[in-house]
Design a protein around this ligand. Sequence first.
Ligand code: SAM
Length: 228
Amino acid sequence: MHVDIITVLPELLNSPLSHSIMKRAQDKGLLTVNTHNLRQWAVNEYGQVDDYQYGGGAGMVMMCEPLVNAIESLQKERKYDEIIYLTPDGKTLDQQMANQLSLNENLLLICGHYKGIDERIREHYITKEVSIGDYVLSGGELAAAVLVDAIGRLLPGVLNDETSALTDSFQDHLLAPPVYTRPAEYKGWKVPDVLLSGDPKKIDDWRHEMAIDRTRQRRPDIYKKHEE
Ligand code: SAM
């Protein structure tokens, strides 16, 4: 998968995406992420990409022209399956959306700043609007990093068996069961006997039961979907 990201702060994105599993995905050639500084397409030599909002009020708005030039110049290189604007009023990211987005070849992400981007860009270029939750961040970069991480780890070959996404929360509409590691007893706190039993069937059954209990208690909304 190839992801291009348009941003005014590329340095904010480069670090979160260059460690651990995201690094492995890129090292293996399964994911490429290119950040593009919107100021390359600024309207003047001062690097201007935003302006006051019509109607007055505090906060600048990201202008049409630099965004159109950025999007169209990247579109000359690549055909995008989706052009995604990260925005608090978009559809909230969940595992199902991440699963679906991971099936694409090429994505273009747009990070807003200040009051956001001119509405006309949303109307004429954006194909999908994604929020990472009901709160407001200062810019779209951290949201873009969250989205790329959620998608990138699902690409075939990125996770090995040990870390398989299929045993993580939200797949099959269940939360993950509790996990333990050595020692088997610490300060008198014991690991459940079944996990030391060496019986794979018993262990699987216990994990499934725990996942169901945990989901029922903590996320009845998700449990309802599991039952459907
Ligand atoms: N005026 C906008 C509003 O009230 O909906 C908020 C703008 S916010 C300060 C600046 C940028 O941060 C947005 O354009 C968006 O790209 C990004 N952003 C903020 N919160 C976000 C969220 N929950 N999910 C995704 N992107 C977000």
